[in-house]
Design a protein around this ligand. Sequence first.
Ligand code: C2E
Ligand code: CA
Ligand code: CA
Ligand code: CA
Length: 277
Amino acid sequence: AKRSGRGRILRFDPAMEEELHGRLSLVSRLAEAQANGQFSLVYQPQIALSDGTPFGSEALLRWQLPEGTWVRPDQFIPVAEDAGHILSLGEWVLRQACLHQVHWRDSAVGRLRMAVNVSVRQLRDGSFVHSAERILSSCNADPRDIELEITESHAMENDQVLATVRTLRGMGFSIAIDDFGTGYSSLSRLQQLPASVLKIDRSFVTDLGTVPESRSIAATIVKVGHELGMTVLAEGIETAEQEEILRSLGCDAAQGYLYAKPMPAPQFERWILDNMP
Ligand code: C2E
Ligand code: CA
Ligand code: CA
Ligand code: CA
């Protein structure tokens, strides 16, 4: 599709036009969505593989349109990133996650670590560190209880991003490298990152038990993580077999449908109370 003089869209390829149209309408609806309370967070427990104790959760963003349709994060996050909207949306996510973490900390649920996904667009923006500081103090959250998840490919992007991650670490935040194994980081680069958690990407976990190479890849990631002093968490565990293999490889922690799907806060609270040792 291409714009003509008066802003009309010329049709070249119907699929392309539909794609453009879909993105345009998502962009315009994103702006209202935040003001109108269409976003919410769901929480997925993270458990210790040694004894099954839940110790944390990952906050995941959900968007429901007024007509009831749910838009998947893989559909709207890239759009929100392109439109720059991820900056205010990301702040909202961090604030909500901190509020829930503090609420749970001061209730029967207890102290859980809260993992929050951070887009590289937020890290590139000069104001993120300051707004994170503001959010922490206004929510009365302890940064050591808040883990910022940064995808492997982005964490290694450039020195400015690396410097920002170091600043956040210096403020006390825990740092996790997300989707590990899908990027091309060198070990020396990995060593420069002040991360305490390495998350094995779901693609390797899914193939465990069927693709022999996946087991060696997972084994290598566990070794590398431990070598660098990190905790290793596997995501997307769906079967007891996958869990058993990961435990035998020395993987520390896990997250996946085998334990629980991401849940709205009230349901998550009940799950934790039911699954506490
Ligand atoms: P991610 O950070 O890698 O999150 C893990 C995804 O795997 C989540 O999808 C989760 O629901 C899903 N998952 C967890 N366990 C299992 C399992 O056992 N099997 C399967 N098949 N899937 C599992 P979700 O919630 O759709 O999020 C997709 C992606 O959207 C996330 O991938 C993350 O990159 C992004 N995202 C979600 N929330 C946020 C956010 O608040 N901010 C940013 N920047 N990105 C977010
Ligand atoms: Ca994540
Ligand atoms: Ca991930
Ligand atoms: Ca991912």
